[in-house]
Design a protein around this ligand. Structure first.
Ligand code: NOJ
Length: 747
């Protein structure tokens, strides 16, 4: 045998062997699960499907219940959420150990973007297009949370969102299914680490299944009306990626889809998730969503709600108590088989075994480890790097940025300069014993950065909201004394998040009026925009010479912003979602269809698909973001112009850094299927590469086009690639396409 084949043969054997080991472990876990199940009464089984909120924090409407401890002792509770810290979780686990079968509790928590160390909000991290950084951020969150007694995070949220009025746009990865899927995969891997059972692994939960991000009008919890094609092509892919990454759990969603609440949706949970995709984990409802099906008008009472949810495949009931109060009766009435309950219980017990909780229920309750992990300086360092990678440079007229180290005086103005907790954004975690102001403010970050020769002046100028302008004079006064003004404005951290939908997404209050007065001084003004969503800020966009979109960056916000302002980090982020120029354009996304009467510019409204009073273009498009350096694209080559379904085309393109700073570029590959049995979008992101280039350096990068990249769901919902012509576009954003070519898929 040739040597290389011998090596592959041994590799194959090794892999096969590994599969056998994993298989054997799974087998023994399922035997253990069965042996526990055999001992359980129906009441204890139903208990495993019941999840309660602890009293530490509430992330939903609270039901007062003083008998939780008693219920846990009776084996009537399988899981708690919002129980943080080793001390607290040890207490509850001790109570569970007093139950007849001593089945350990599972502790779940919204660990969305960091735990003690807060990382940028998920939408900001998505802007980094840096999958390694995103995975690492989730890894650190998992390391801290698992050291603090938590087994399971309700993240990642993988909902595609195309409506910035929806407050939860901050929690996802933006508008695009391809980017969203890559990020979903990275986040699941990051949270779960090498394998469940490791002491620093946190179970992931892909949510909200499904299409929660498409709430009509961007109003949270609202209905979703969606074609199957859109569901499969745009909204489901990130969930499938989460399954592929091994996500341990899923959460269903509050919304109905085409009239059927997701919580009671058999098509989604049984047919697609557990059926077609073979998902072996368990599904938790969203907070109270089983009971809320009564409000949806889909079931009459809690009895019917429980029947609908369990039949549809919702395994665990978060907080509605419908399962606890009705499942036994449903069995008695022969409305459901015990086997249906057994299946849900088994899925949950399996995870408890995989985590190692049956071997040691207190495995995640080690106070010394908690202390160590919550105080690891490495976490802070990485949070700073990820935050810098998430900042998007939107505008940089006359290369105002980066700022020089020799500036004599800088005026740092605005309501967010000295703010602390604001920088964390929505969904930070209140960790017991940790000062919630564990944060580097923007002011402190700038102070840390500048040398003794630079004087810093501060004025608040105005509040985030309201119409008071009495602080303007002081702000203008210090601006006049300075070489450069930095203005930090935006929304409040809790203006974007759950139940934070807004119809007006302009920069609130008089903040843009303040900018106007500062610009009138003639001083150069750099604007920092802090927000959880794309805001509308046309005055700023059109008049400020330099703009950084800083989102909410977390614990290290101040240091990261200063790193970017002074060029210690050259911005490389790209928008993961289109920024509208007006709410009237929403929903606006780059991968739209062409229509029969496409508009190509804003001046011609001759019976074409445009607005007579608004641009057809977003203010800033998907994939947009500047750098302090310049990149030149050249030499696009395709290995062939015709390919058969089983073949590949190799694409190469050369990128050169022609500026004077080292920098990173996200090279984006878009395709257009020119003619399809279903109309295809004008372009779709199909690949990207983030590369680092030293000043003056150039690199040739490669992409592969295969059948998968050319496929879509046809009318019968089959995943097919249809023969025909394709356009290939390489761009620095979805609008700024640098190079193009065509190829053909042949029979
Ligand atoms: C409701 C939210 O929709 C969900 O994402 C979250 O995980 C739960 N509350 C628990 O806090």
């Amino acid at each position: 045998m040739l040597k290389k084949y011998r090596v592959s043969f041994y590799l194959l054997l090794l892999c096969a062997n590994q599969f056998l080991v994993v298989d054997a472990q799974q087998k023994s876990i399922s035997q253990k699960v069965d042996s526990v199940l055999r001992l359980m009464t129906l009441e204890e089984k139903i208990g495993q499907l019941n999840q309660y909120n602890d009293d530490w924090t509430a992330t939903g409407p609270v039901t007062l219940d003083n008998s939780k401890a008693e219920q846990i002792k009776k084996g009537q509770v399988g899981s708690l959420l919002n129980c943080i810290g080793t001390e607290r979780s040890r207490n509850w686990q001790n109570i569970a150990m007093q139950s007849r079968l001593k089945i350990p509790l599972l502790f779940g928590q919204d660990v969305i973007h960091g735990f003690k160390t807060t990382f940028p909000i998920p939408l900001a991290e998505a802007a980094s297009w840096d999958l390694d950084a995103i995975q690492l951020s989730a890894r650190i969150a998992a390391t801290e949370a698992s050291a603090s007694g938590i087994h399971w995070t309700f993240a990642p949220m993988v909902d595609i969102a195309r409506d910035p009025r929806w407050g939860r746009v901050m929690e996802g990865a933006g508008e695009d299914p391809y980017l969203g899927s890559k990020i979903a995969y990275a986040r699941v891997k990051g949270f779960q680490g090498n394998k469940l059972g490791d002491v620093n692994a946190l179970m992931a939960c892909a949510k909200h299944f499904a299409a929660y991000g498409a709430a009509i009008g961007g109003r949270d919890y609202n209905s979703v009306d969606m074609s199957d094609r859109l569901l499969w092509e745009v909204y489901l892919p990130p969930f499938k990626a989460a399954v592929d990454a091994g996500a341990a759990t899923f959460m269903n969603s509050f919304n109905d889809i085409n009239g059927v609440p997701a919580t009671g949706n058999k098509y989604l949970q049984r047919d697609i998730l557990k059926g077609k995709w073979g998902f072996k984990g368990f599904v938790v409802s969203d907070w109270g969503s089983i009971g809320e099906m009564i409000n949806h008008g889909n079931v009459k009472n809690e009895y019917e709600a429980a029947l609908s949810a369990i039949t549809a495949g919702s395994d665990m009931d978060m907080e509605s108590r419908c399962y606890k109060n009705n499942l036994a009766q449903l069995v008695k009435d022969k409305k459901i088989l015990v086997a249906v309950i057994d299946d849900a219980v088994k899925r949950i017990l399996k995870k408890k075994f995989e985590l190692g909780l049956f071997d040691d229920p207190f495995k995640f309750c080690n106070a010394a480890r908690e202390q160590k992990e919550l105080n690891d300086p490495e976490h802070t360092k990485i949070a700073r790097e990820v935050a810098a990678k998430s900042i998007v440079l939107l505008k940089n007229q006359n290369n105002l940025l980066p700022l020089s180290e020799n500036l004599k005086t800088i005026a740092f103005i605005g309501p967010l300069v000295k703010a602390l907790k604001q920088n964390k954004g929505f969904w930070d975690v209140e960790v017991p014993g940790v000062d919630s102001n564990f944060i580097v403010s923007q002011w402190e970050g700038l102070q840390n950065k500048v040398g003794a020769n630079t004087k810093l002046l501060y004025a608040k100028g105005c509040e985030i909201e309201g119409d008071r302008k009495d602080g303007f004079a002081e702000a203008v006064e210090i601006a006049k004394q300075s070489d450069v003004v930095i203005l930090s404005i935006g929304e409040r951290r809790d203006m974007s998040g759950e139940a934070k939908s807004r119809s007006n997404i302009n920069i609130p209050g008089v903040q843009e009026d303040l900018l106007k007065e500062l610009l009138a001084t003639g001083k150069p003004v750099v604007v920092l925009i802090n927000a959880g969503r794309p805001l509308v800020f046309n005055y700023t966009a059109d008049n400020a010479p330099a703009i950084l979109y800083t989102w909410w960056l977390g614990s290290e916000a101040g240091n990261a912003i200063a790193d970017v302002l002074f060029g210690d980090y050259n911005p490389s982020a790209k928008l993961p979602i289109s920024f509208p120029g007006s709410v009237g354009q929403i929903p606006i996304y780059y991968s739209h269809f062409n229509t029969g009467r496409p508009a190509t510019n804003d001046s011609n409204h001759n019976y074409n698909s445009s607005y007579t009073d608004l641009s057809i273009f977003p203010k800033y498009e998907f994939g947009y973001g500047l750098s302090y350096t310049n990149f030149q694209y050249s030499n696009l080559q395709l290995s062939k112009k015709k390919m058969k379904a089983g073949e590949q085309i190799k694409v190469s393109v050369t990128i050169a850094n022609s500026g004077k700073y080292d920098g990173e570029e996200v090279v984006q590959l878009y395709l257009r299927d020119k003619v399809g049995s279903i109309s295809r979008p004008v372009k779709e992101l199909k690949d990207f590469k983030k590369i680092k280039l030293l000043a003056g350096e150039s690199k040739t990068i490669k992409f592969i086009i295969d059948k998968e990249k050319l496929s879509f769901y046809n009318q019968q919902l089959q995943w097919v690639a249809e023969p025909g012509d394709f356009e290939l576009m390489i761009g620095t954003s979805s609008r700024d396409i640098k190079l193009k070519d065509n190829f053909e898929l042949i029979q």
